[in-house]
Design a protein around this ligand. Structure first.
Ligand code: AMP
Length: 511
């Protein structure tokens, strides 16, 4: 009798990342997992564990089976964390989407991922229902930024016992969309093994323990805030202070209670603009980590001068998780993303300066339903071709010198030129367009467009307003320049470097 009960309700010891985390949740049962910076929500590890089980049961009731995709486009909330865990627990595949994506953008992701269930914000429910009908999605449920909604109501009625679905190391845990210059967004298939190995390595490297308090202000639809921050904190049994978005004043208020922060460079540049951000604000801090976009060497130095802390810069991408990090002990060199993580092999194609290639247990399984693209992006000996250009010195220190692809990173978000250019080209009287990222004091890079016209164009503001109907805000060009022709090389390719030079001062502060 006891045996049967145990079999039914205990978790299966296997390669499902949830099993690993579940053991940590049980060990830290009464300790705080997440508390909101505002102080209105506190979730103990035991409560998070039960919430994950209830959400997993709710997903099962909605028809989710192992291997099914669950598309999630919601505001950041602790209920969203329980949902993330529940999808893994149910053996399904988590597909998070930026809430800023428009219905037209979500349509593509849903058509491609073919999920069983969509979880959206209540305000988006009618639009998502139509979209779900078109793509044969079984159910659409909702969850808002306070963790309320039809899914939360269903989960609240569920049993808190749920048997974790057994998964193999190579089974999918997540499907995160990324894109190249070809325009079509690609689903990166991320396995339980990828996540477990990367999280364990980072906990070790950054010395994260149950004594840490992680200040979490990143979005959780992207690897950085989702996998790097949450999985490491959970694995270590750390406490998380939860901010739904970056707000300098709120971060400055929460930093004295924190020991650890993971951020994108814009967090650091914005904190530095606040005079009240001081060494004293950081008195309990142990470690600041930066990634997802280049941290300017000046920011690194200014930050150290102000706070006494040298930021650890690390490098990674959706397809690979984390690849490299500056060391915990030893020099954290401004302008370098550090050394390859233990167990991860990094090399430069052709030696010297060239494309960064990476191999290891962190590297994804391939692009969802794109076997040819997957084949193209791996070398014959199994290295993933990142598309970033870099160098490695004799100490193994990696520097990123550019991007083979013309990806723009604005305010920490990736903007893929092709998609924006296609939207601009569709405007009346536009012949063609090219967009580039140029230095922006706040966003790191700001999007600037050059267009050629065959007749009168609407005003710049009208064109931007029209584009905002199709594109998320962070992708919109801030300036649109009308030119006679786009600069091209002998092969007819638009010379983006020339455009970047031309518009380099667009956002420079006026003297
Ligand atoms: P994503 O897949 O959204 O995480 O974007 C990955 C890309 O972000 C990489 O291929 C790099 O181009 C860039 N990236 C990530 N971390 C860094 C860093 N520390 N320095 C420079 N670029 C970075």
């Amino acid at each position: 009798m006891t045996d049967r009960r145990n079999r039914k309700f205990s978790t299966v010891s296997d390669e499902n990342l949830f099993c690993l985390l579940d053991r940590r949740f049980a060990a830290n049962h009464g300790r705080i997992a997440i508390r909101s910076a505002a102080g209105d929500v506190t979730l103990a590890y035991g409560e998070l564990q039960s919430a994950a089980a209830r959400y997993a049961n709710a997903l099962t009731i909605l028809g989710v089976e192992p291997g099914d995709r669950v598309t999630v486009q919601v505001e950041k909330s602790s209920a969203n964390v329980a949902l993330y865990l529940a999808v893994m627990k149910a053996g399904a595949v988590y597909q998070p989407l930026n809430p800023a994506y428009t219905d037209a953008e979500v349509d593509y992701f849903v058509a491609d991922a073919a999920p069983r269930v969509i979880v959206c914000d209540p305000a988006r429910q009618p639009a998502m229902r139509g979209l779900a009908d078109r793509h044969g999605v079984t159910a659409v449920v909702n969850l808002d930024g306070c963790g309320e909604g039809s899914l939360a109501t269903l989960a609240a009625r569920m049993d808190e016992r749920h048997e974790t679905v057994a998964r193999a190391v190579d089974d999918l845990a997540g499907l995160l969309y990324t894109s190249g210059t070809t325009g079509r967004s690609k689903g990166a298939m991320i396995t339980h093994g990828n996540l477990a190995s990367n999280a364990a390595t980072l906990v070790d490297l950054w010395r994260i323990t149950g004594r840490d308090v992680l200040l979490h202000a990143l979005p959780i639809f992207h690897v950085h805030g989702l996998y790097v921050a949450l999985n490491t904190a959970f694995l270590a049994g750390a406490e998380i202070i939860w901010c739904d978005r970056f707000d300098a004043a709120r971060l400055i208020a929460a930093l004295p209670q924190s020991t650890l922060m993971m951020g994108v460079p814009i967090f650091y540049t914005r904190l530095l603009t606040a005079p009240e951000f001081t060494r004293d604000t950081c008195r309990n801090m142990r470690l600041f980590i930066s990634g997802s976009a280049p941290l300017l060497a000046d920011t690194h130095r200014d930050f150290e001068a102000r706070t006494g802390h040298a930021i650890i810069e690390r490098y990674g991408m959706t397809e690979t998780g984390m690849i490299a990090s500056n060391p915990y002990d030893g020099a954290r060199v401004p302008g370098s993303v550090g050394m390859a993580l233990p167990g991860v092999s990094v090399r430069i194609a052709g030696g010297g300066s060239g494309t960064i290639e990476v191999k290891g247990p962190n590297v994804f399984k391939g692009y969802w339903r794109m076997p040819e693209k997957t084949l193209q992006d791996f070398t014959a000996d199994g290295y993933f071709i990142t598309g970033d250009l870099g160098t490695i010195d004799t100490h193994g220190r990696i520097r990123i010198v550019g991007r083979a692809k013309d990806l723009i990173i604005s305010g920490g978000f990736n903007v893929y030129p092709k998609e924006v250019e296609e939207a601009i080209d569709a405007l009346p009287n536009v012949v063609e367009s090219a967009i580039v990222g140029v230095p922006h004091p706040d966003f790191g890079e700001g999007v600037v467009a050059a267009v050629t016209a065959k007749g009168p164009l609407p005003s710049e503001a009208e064109m931007i307003a029209e584009l905002s109907r199709k594109l998320a805000r962070f992708k919109l060009p801030k300036r649109i320049h009308v030119v006679d022709e786009l600069p091209r090389n002998a092969m007819g390719k638009v010379q983006k470097a020339e455009l970047r030079r031309r518009y380099a001062d667009t956002f420079a502060p006026k003297p």
